[in-house]
Ligand binder design. Structure first.
Ligand code: ADE
Length: 234
């Protein structure tokens, strides 16, 4: 089995990299900045961690980078399962809390609008399939599930919130739907694992809250990812 994690930021992946002792495979995606880490688990499982890499001195975040990294990973590694693991904003009005880790039971874009055309409007929102084993895994590990909605910005404009609410979005991120879109094109199942760094309906400044909680949310993300791998290896 080949399990490939696609992660945007090193801060999100580091606890997991340390825990599994995955080793960097230098220049694997050259000329792309994406980075590959690998470990063999047991006799028959390859665990890969793909990071988007950096540009202008910071980790590449957002949909374009996630799409490029996911496409490169699928073409070069042929994963059986892609896991997009990362952080998200969530809503305390839905019962969310900082560093709580969710599995995505649905995924769409919240900032792609085509008013006046139903077909392109629907295509723009995406609504891609997630791995069919997601619900069973959530039950087994006693993890909450939520709908991931993806956009290109950390902040949230009123029109984003309107689409999120209309579509019952719960977990706001910047990569999930892009990873799921590429997976849908290649017919590769995708699991979304999201840890909450900030509450979209709190009065705190989103970026400050995100930065303040990033390390703790990434530690919790790692713990859940370890349990997921253990379960997948059963
Ligand atoms: N990643 C972490 N928090 C986020 C938020 N509020 N919006 C988008 N992506 C995020």
């Amino acid at each position: 089995m080949n399990i490939t994690f696609v992660v945007a930021m090193m801060a999100e992946a580091q606890p997991f990299i340390d825990n599994f002792g995955v080793k960097e495979v230098p220049d694997f995606f050259d000329p792309l900045p994406s980075k590959l880490y690998h470990a063999r688990l047991g006799r028959a499982t390859d665990l890969y961690v793909v990071l988007n890499g950096q540009q202008h001195g910071s980790d590449l975040i957002g949909c374009e980078s996630a799409s490029v990294a996911t496409q490169a990973a699928i073409q070069k590694l042929h994963p059986d399962l892609v896991i997009n693991s990362g952080t998200c904003g969530a809503f305390k009005s839905n019962g969310a809390d900082i560093a709580r880790v969710y599995l995505g039971n649905a995924v769409m874009f919240h900032d792609r609008r085509v008013p006046g055309d139903d077909e392109w409007g629907t295509q723009a929102l995406g609504n891609y399939d997630v791995w069919s084993g997601t619900e069973a895994l959530a039950k087994k590990l006693d993890l909450p599930m939520g709908k991931v909605t993806t956009g290109s910005s950390l902040d949230m404009q009123p029109c984003d919130l309107q689409i999120i609410k209309e579509n019952k979005g719960e977990l706001k991120d910047m990569e999930g739907a892009a990873v799921a879109f590429v997976c849908s094109l290649y017919h590769v199942p995708v699991l979304l694992v999201k840890s909450v760094t900030d509450l979209c309906d709190s009065s705190a400044e989103t970026y400050d809250e995100f930065k303040r909680n990033l390390a703790r949310a990434s530690e919790e993300l790692c713990k859940v990812n370890v349990r997921i791998i253990e379960e997948l290896l059963q």
